[in-house]
Design a protein around this ligand. Structure first.
Ligand SMILES: *Cc1c(COP(=O)(O)O)cnc(C)c1O
Length: 494
């Protein structure tokens, strides 16, 4: 399928080329030229498939340059090392609420759902376009993307990967996961600054013509594994369709019955994938966008003004500590009826003044599909405790933000529609905060004793990928200033 840039609809690439490029030359994001429709009949057929097969079918709607078998090979490899055969199991919490667990991959966060697939898509793209260049994947991470990308791309032939993470912005375990990364082609650096600093630095490298020319000379082309890459977005659409199909199969809903999705949101990739599923015809009532104390999106949805110049807070849900949600641009493109000129105007205002205001019509359209809310730290912690006491189910802090916002929504709207809360991380990734929330944090213990303690308290098995970290060697110790990111990339290529 042809994709187009959100800033120039005449700038088109097919989906595979778009995966190779990551971001469009004009700084826009690639979006599908149309949304392929899926009927209820198709969803019913999907309900009988394995997750890998279902995902391949959904991907094929966008990557129709590849045959379905090639895509099945990619998804079977990607989801083969998940620790639950359902891949994205749906857990029933009560009569109206379900949790979609997206953290059964190797790094215990939902990023694996897409980042295990992306290397396969990228390789297929290179093959399809007879591209012989080496690829340098650049990633800015708020914690989970970095590790998931490193795991996805490690030892991939013809590909190097460089991850920048904010020195002070990730959890101990997230840091440990990255600095112990194995693989001959993996590179990791801490940036002195927050996630937005790291992301801005990476965006500047992509836009730097001289640097890109130099890389080309050395036989390299840059690509992105951040959620602005369409190859990240497309695999995420699949689990919304899978969740709906599973609900149908389990008898939780009738064919055609609308559901709500609640998504703990940062860069807006996950939430946007739900919106795309709705545009494809999946019956959705409300898309509920949940934020933590960095509630820039809540304000945006309520007021129609995006104000990024505000205080930045570090929270217990670090993967949502974001002030500029890049993927929102794709939503703006759709709600303006694909009006590139408005998108351009707002994006330059955001760059120059840190703020833009959308028109009333677009705002009204947004509010038809979306509800937005946020949860502070105290409330998030209380939610972890409440849900554990009520259901013996342990939420991680990101998912707890979503749960809290859903509870607020229920109080305000009294909406009986069946609801899927998207669970984005294993509680084991955030042991100290989770135990603290449960009122059971032992004093002066290291991360690994806490992991054992959480296992005792919750009765959940400790995932292998986390217990084995203890014995891994630290292999990446580089710390750089944000001004040095470019130099770091040049040093890597040599
Ligand atoms: C990345 C991440 C999020 C935010 O997802 P976006 O697609 O960036 O909005 C939420 N929770 C966890 C655990 C994450 O890793």
């Amino acid at each position: 399928m042809q994709l187009l840039s959100t800033r120039n609809i005449n700038l088109q690439k097919n989906a595979l080329e778009a995966v190779l490029k990551g971001i469009a030359e004009d700084g826009g994001l690639f979006v599908p030229s149309c949304f392929p429709k899926i009927s209820m009949e198709t969803v019913l057929e999907y309900a009988e498939l394995s997750y890998a097969k279902l995902a391949a079918k959904v991907l094929h709607l966008y990557f129709d340059e590849l045959d379905e078998d090639a895509l099945i090979q990619i998804t079977q490899k990607a989801y083969g090392n998940f620790d639950d055969t359902a891949v994205a199991p749906l857990k029933k919490l009560n009569d109206s609420e379900y949790l979609l667990e997206l953290w059964h991959g190797p790094t215990l966060a939902f990023k694996d759902m897409a980042l295990q697939v992306l290397p396969g898509l990228l390789n297929a793209a290179k093959y399809y376009t007879s591209n012989k260049q080496k690829t340098l994947i650049l990633v800015a991470t708020s914690g989970d993307t970095g590790k998931a990308a490193l795991e996805g791309f490690k030892d991939a032939p013809g590909i190097d990967i460089m991850v920048f993470y904010p020195n002070e912005g990730v959890s101990n375990l997230q840091k440990l996961q990255m600095v112990t990364q194995e693989g001959f082609n993996t590179h990791v650096a801490a940036v002195k600054g927050n996630f937005d600093d790291a992301q801005t630095g990476v965006k500047e490298i992509f836009a730097d013509k001289a640097l890109n020319a130099m890389l080309n000379q050395k036989g390299y082309a840059l690509s992105s594994a951040n959620s602005i890459n369409f190859g990240r977005l497309a695999p995420q659409i699949a689990y919304y369709i899978s969740a709906y199909a599973t609900l149908l199969k389990q008898g939780g809903i009738k064919a055609g019955e609308p559901v709500n999705f609640v998504v703990p949101t940062g860069n807006f990739g996950n939430m946007l994938a739900a919106y795309y599923a709705k545009e494809m015809g999946l019956p959705v009532n409300k898309l509920i966008c949940a934020s933590n104390r960095n509630n820039v999106l809540t304000d945006f949805f309520l007021q129609g003004e995006y104000q990024s110049r505000r205080e930045f807070y570090k929270t217990s849900s670090p993967s949502m500590d974001i002030l500029v949600s890049s993927n929102l641009e794709r939503l703006l493109f759709e709600v303006t009826g694909r009006d590139e000129s408005r998108v351009n105007r707002w994006m330059s205002a955001l760059k120059e003044k840190g703020v833009y205001e959308i028109d009333g019509d677009s705002h009204k359209k947004l509010m038809k599909d979306f509800y937005a809310g946020w949860s502070n730290e105290e409330r998030t912690f209380r939610t972890i405790k409440d849900i554990f006491e009520k259901y013996r189910y342990v939420l991680d802090p990101h998912t707890a933000v979503a749960q809290a916002v859903y509870e607020d929504y229920l109080l305000k709207q009294n909406d009986p529609v069946k609801t899927v809360v998207v669970s984005t991380a294993s509680p084991y990734k955030f042991c100290a905060d989770v135990l603290n929330a449960l009122g059971d944090l032992p004093k002066e213990q290291d991360d690994f004793s806490l992991i054992q303690h959480l296992s005792n308290v919750s009765g959940l098995n400790t995932p292998k990928s986390i217990s084995e970290l203890k014995h891994k060697k630290v292999r990446h110790t580089l710390i750089v200033d944000k001004m040095q990111m470019k130099q770091t990339v040049m040093d890597l290529i040599g």
